[in-house]
Design a protein around this ligand. Structure first.
Ligand code: PEP
Length: 253
């Protein structure tokens, strides 16, 4: 039985005050269920990770990083290592988010190094895959998801794969207000679960949580999470509003 997981990606938003008040509002509004019937995590900007971690300290809400570099240490100006994330209390880290793939230009190969480094360093990767609008229109959705999943998880042995959460995020739905229909999302999630069964085995594939992301809002979260292979949601815009995010957290249970 997979526990639902609701994650909030704050992207490059909030400031030193609003990050703390947002964290506190989420913690107090979800204290009866967070960490019990639903896993909850927030992904603030790097610079607020520690203060948000402190603000969430007595809650069961985990903190994750939006990014990191795969090398353990050294001359990598401006980068943050997995060990540093672990050191300040991060449980999760995003890998392969579409904005890093398509705005920053991260390749499948780099993302694979990050997924591998996160697991080795004891931080759980939330590994994102998803097709562009042109790829969906050209009926390439399955091919893109298959390629990104296989390349991103390349070399990971079965013992490591249970550390991974996968997020299916169609790029055309991220930040656009367009959401995949529950059926479109379910099809993609089923494809990913079948791929995991092929790459590993059916039992492991059944254990891995696959989140949907792309304009998840209070009014569509419940229907999406009712789908058989949708185990939670990765929320961008709506995670910046405590009431909206809390409604989505409640929709998971
Ligand atoms: C995201 O940032 O992963 C995301 C899905 O954003 P939004 O919910 O705003 O579409």
């Amino acid at each position: 039985m997979r526990k639902p997981f609701v994650a909030g990606n704050w992207k490059m938003n909030t400031d030193s005050h609003s990050s703390i008040s947002l964290a506190e509002a989420i913690a107090s509004g979800s204290s009866d269920i967070a960490g019990k019937s639903v896993s909850v995590a927030v992904f603030p900007p790097f610079i607020y990770l520690q203060s948000v971690f402190k603000a969430l300290n007595t809650s069961n809400i985990a903190v994750g990083a939006q990014n990191f570099y795969f090398e353990p240490d050294g001359a990598f100006t401006g980068e943050i290592s997995v060990a540093m994330l672990k050191d300040i209390g991060c449980t999760f880290a995003l890998c392969g988010h579409s904005e890093r793939r398509h705005v920053i230009g991260e390749s499948d190969e780099l993302i694979n190094k990050k997924v591998t480094a996160a697991i080795s360093g004891g931080v759980f990767p939330v590994f994102c895959v998803g097709e562009l609008l042109d790829e969906r229109k050209a009926s390439q959705t399955n091919e893109v998801i298959t390629r990104q999943t296989k390349n991103g998880l390349a070399g990971l042995i079965a013992e490591k794969i249970s550390a991974v959460t996968i997020a299916y995020e169609p790029v055309w739905a991220i930040g656009t207000g367009l959401t995949a229909t529950p059926q479109q999302a379910q099809e993609a999630h089923e494809l990913i679960r079948n791929l995991l069964a092929e790459m590993y085995d059916a039992r492991l594939a059944e254990e891995i949580r696959i989140l949907y992301g792309g304009s998840v809002k209070p009014n569509n979260a419940a229907e999406l999470m009712r789908q058989k292979d949708i185990d939670g949601v990765l929320v961008g815009g709506a995670s910046l509003n405590a009431d909206d995010f809390l409604t989505i957290i409640r929709a998971a249970v």
